[in-house]
Design a protein around this ligand. Sequence first.
Ligand SMILES: N[C@@H](CCC(=O)N[C@@H](CS)C(=O)NCC(=O)O)C(=O)O
Length: 264
Amino acid sequence: MLELYQWELSQYSEKVRLCLDYKGLEYRKIEVTPGIGQVELFRLTGQRQVPVLKDGHKYIVDSSAIAKYLDSEYPDRPLIPTDSKKRAQALLLEDWADETLGILGRKALFAAISQDQNFRKSLLPVSTPDIFKSVIEGVPKDFLSVLGVGVGFTPDVVNGAIASLKQDLEILIELLADSPYLLGDEPTIADLTVASLSILLKFPEGAYLDLPESLRGKGLPIIADNPDYEAFFTWRDRLYEQFRKPLTGKNPATSTTPTSIEID
Ligand SMILES: N[C@@H](CCC(=O)N[C@@H](CS)C(=O)NCC(=O)O)C(=O)O
């Protein structure tokens, strides 16, 4: 079975989970411990970042490379269009979402955490054993710093990010005004990337992430609860209902080992 070295809260890991679900591929999640787990990841792959997909003896690093790999090895339900113009548009939007929406999302999460201390305390995966939760209270903070949340985030930086996010969400809503997906009638990697890279703006309503139920549908209120952006989140949540497998006890994707990385 495919294995995904990941963090539950990582937007790029979420992008790969959504791509795998879209293609109907079974996989097992391996939650990498920030710090020590990343040292092991470096030993295995020569770099420290999640997501990493393991397929047999192969390790594929980087969400965009993983999407391309999945299309080449598992061609059913392609993520990347074959038509050259659509392909170019899809890859440009994917890159924009990776490089811009993803970074803005971290800043929005930082703003949400700054405004609500309980929000931060809830950010450990539900499946983290209680004993671990109580022993290592600082882990959510470590998670956030490795995600890049908080570093250099002055109020000006955060306010600038929120202004950019508002503008970008308005543009996305315009793009979606007359078609169900960003590039027309068929979903592409552009939709899956935009949808997954927006999880930190507002966590999806459904049971897709191994986070406390109280966090579902929550985010930075000025974005997440603002009627101006409701059309975007309605689109995003519809896409999740269509393509993302909810967590269930029986789903192998939920059998995470949140505190360790497995090594053959
Ligand atoms: N371009 C990469 C970005 C991956 C990324 O930024 N991963 C973050 C988690 S969201 C990470 O592993 N950070 C830890 C680090 O940089 O040491 C991708 O698309 O997969």
